[in-house]
Every structure is written in structure tokens, then in C-alpha cells.
Design a protein around this ligand. Sequence first.
Ligand SMILES: Nc1ncnc2c1ncn2[C@@H]1O[C@H](COP(=O)(O)OP(=O)(O)O)[C@@H](O)[C@H]1O
Ligand SMILES: [Mg+2]
Length: 508
Amino acid sequence: MGSLNKADLICETIDNGIILLNENLEVLFWNKWLETRTNISFDQISQKKITEVFPDINEAKLKRKIKATLTLNSPTFYTTELNESFFNIEFKNKITHRVFKNMQQNVTLNPYDIENKTVIIYVYDSTILKETNFKLAHAKEKIEKEHNKTLAIKQQLEDSIDEFELLLNATMEAIILFDENYICTNINDVGVELFKFASKTEALGVDILAFFEDKQLNYKKIENTFEASMNTVCKHTFPALIKIKNATFNDKKIRILTVVDLTELKYRDKLISEQAKLVAMGEMIGNIAHQWRQPLSAISTAASGIKLQKEFNMLTDELLDESLDGIVRSSMHLSQTINDFRDFIQGDKEVVKFSLEENLKKDLSIVEGMLKNYDIHVFLECQKTIELYNYKNELTQAILNIIDNSKDALLEKNVKDKYIFINTYELLDEAVIEIYDNAKGISDDVINKIFEPYFTTKHKSQGTGLGLYMTHQIIEKSMGGTISVSNISYEYNNHHFKGACFKITLPL
Ligand SMILES: Nc1ncnc2c1ncn2[C@@H]1O[C@H](COP(=O)(O)OP(=O)(O)O)[C@@H](O)[C@H]1O
Ligand SMILES: [Mg+2]
């Protein structure tokens, strides 16, 4: 096989288009590849001007390129714009997913024979490459779009985290987020300050049980508000109001602990209750004065009687005995009043078992003198013997505050026949005490306020507004009971009466 044949063979089998052109653009050679793709045989195009057969070819540009190739004696690219090609070759088998309708081509011109001014043009089918490029570019665009979307979402998330942190720090309570293992995962500024952490980062990862004085967090308490003693980092203990809430966040179970420092409030409470105690003592001294008046005058009457009888020589042994007995009885009464007073002032240190009826009778004996003085009748009706296990003297204080208010109301309203009724009964597992009077009741616009500290409708020389506040604290906070008030209407002795009714329930 000759060398020319070998070159022919290459030209006919190669996967490129090969064209031999002279400077007049006349075709000198046209290989098989082109014949099959353009449906134009070499014979048909031979010696013809290529632009005549393919009018789409940019003649000026092609001429320019040929000139450049020959002058520089080096290969030149015939660059085409996207979707533009050297020849317009339509694909025969139309595949729908094709990006381009026509074959994309890479074209290079090479000097062939400088003297005869011929060039050899190679046409490569670059459709697949361009398609891949196109698809890549498309994909890149898509990815960029997605990426931008992700960025936007990320920004949104970051914004909402910022918002969340802002919210977290806008509250007055300390808020601590912790996981199932009680590990702190987030804390607000109030929390950092309250627990005396140097910074937020110091608090993260800490076991929150360390905050609690009582390490056994009762699960029943979760979701309820409760009071607990808490510790700061420097082991300072303070009273707090706590709420723990379960929540799910990003499929993870978290707990939210809210803490309100009660130190100030407790201090205020203590001040108020000390004040209330003083008020109660003042009232008590008033009661004692009433209580003592009668026995004291009995003693002085007996003593001056003895003296008089002695002067007139009328003092017999019997008379002396009788008078002295009277003095002893009266003194015992005085001493009993002192005992009652002392019990009451000292307050209770521990719970004791006591009979409700006996306790109420003792309460009434303390105010007996005062009530008699104002002509107020008290009716005590105890359905059955009720035994309580609680703070006895605190209950006395609560009852006396209520009776004292009834007395004030009965006098203020100038009620003719003045009554106070006290009934007790058992209901389910509670003891109920109802105390009501016939002083016409409490007006609707103040009835909701009477348990508040310092609320009074009385002149400032008479009212302090602490009696019912203290009563409420004693019944609900110390004794674990409830107290409520309402206005009631009732019949007694064929008369119609209206008055305030205080209802106390206590655990049996
Ligand atoms: N039995 C009652 N009848 C009418 N008003 C009452 C009665 N008990 C209490 N109140 C009202 O409740 C207010 C608050 O009572 P309290 O706390 O004992 O304070 P204070 O007796 O010092 O006013 C009284 O000022 C009064 O207006
Ligand atoms: Mg009062």
C-alpha cells in the first residue's frame, strides 16, 4: 500500500470533516465524513466555491481566516458563537432531549500548501462536548439558585435565632433551657446574672440540678408552678418561683425552666406579716382591756367592801371568806386571759391535734368582754366534734381577725340587733367553718380586694388593711386550706338579714 493510500485511508475513516480549500474558497478535497453528514458527495462539490453550496458560511470571515493561516503559517481557530456553526448540519435522528438542533462544530484551519495558497480545514463534531458544557452551565445555575435559597433560609434561621435570643432576654424571669440529662443548653441574661455566672458560656453544659437545693426534682411538679430554694454558683441560697415546661424543638425533647427570684417579695411579705402581727397585738391588748375590766372591778369592789366592813366593824369571817374567794376567782380569770394572750402572741412552732369546737370556744372567750361591751351576740354551732391537725393559734388569729371586722361593720352600720354566726361542718375530707354577720355585707366594688395587704375602707386611725391579708396567708399558706368571701341573705328569728360570709376550709 502506497503512502498516498494510507493518507486516503486516514482521511476516509477519521471522525472529523476534512476539507481542502484554496484562497478562492474552492473545494479541492471533501472526505467521507462530510459526504455522509451533509449528503453532498465530493464529486458534487469538487472545484465549487464552498459558499455557493453553503450560503450560511460567513465568506468574509472565512477568507480572513485563510489569509491569517497562510501568512502566519500556523493553525487558526475558526471560532463560532454558541448555536452558530460552520455548516448547518441537521441531525438525522431527532432525539428529543437534545439541547441543540444542529451539530456544534469546532473548526481549525491549517496551512497546507503556502505556495498554492491552500488550507486544510478540520471540522470536529463538538455537539456532545457543548451539550455537556451547556448542561453543566445549566446545572451550575440551578445549584447556584439552590445555594442562594439555602443562604436565604440560613439567614432566616439566623434572624429567627436572633429574635429568639432577643425574646429570651426581654423577660424579667430567668429562663434556662435544658435537655433530658438536665444539661443547660441555653440561658438568658437574667439567668446568667441571677445564678451569678461570669458569662453565658460558663453556664452552658452545667447540670441544672446543681441549682436546686433539693436535688430530687419531683416529676409531678413539672408543668406546675412551685416554690423552691435555689443555689447560685457561689452557693448562695435564695427562694424562687419555678416552672418547668416540656417542649419539643427540632425533634429533640427540651425542658424550659423559668425562675423568678422571690427574695424581695419574701422580704416584703415578712415585713407585712410583722406589721400585721403588731396590729393583731394591738387588737389583742384592746380585747384584754375589755376582758380585765370586769374582774378588776370585781376585785376592787371586793377589796373596798372588806375595808368598809372592817371600818364599820361588820366584817364577819364568812363575809371575808366570800370576798377573798371572789378575788381569787377574778385573779384566776385575769391570769387565764394572760395565758391565752401569750399563746396567741407566741404563735405556733409546730402542728398539734386539737378540737375545732374547743378552739373556737376559747377564741370567743378572748373577745367575750369586747363583744358583751358592744352588745354583739355570737352563735356557735358545731355539727360534730371535728379534730384538726394544724397550727392551732394561727387559726385563732385568723378567726379573731374575721370577728373583729364583723364587730367594726356592725357598729359602723348601726345595726340594731347585732349577730355573728359561726357554723362548722365536715364536707368530704375537709372541715368547713362559716362565719357571717348581719352587717349588710361588703359592696361589690371592693369585695375582690379585701384580702389584699393594706386594703381598708376604714378611717386610717382604725383600719390598717392587714387583718384579712394575714388571715388569708394563715389559712392558705400556713394551714393548707382555703378562704373565700361572699354576701349572703338569710332568715333568723323571722327577720331577714344580709351580711358578709367568710368560708374557711381546712384539711382534716
Ligand atoms: N364582715 C364584714 N362586713 C363588711 N365589710 C367587711 C367585713 N369584713 C371585712 N370587711 C371589709 O374588708 C376590709 C379589709 O379588712 P381588713 O383586712 O381586716 O382591714 P381593716 O379591718 O384594717 O380595714 C375592711 O376595711 C372592710 O371594708
Ligand atoms: Mg380588720
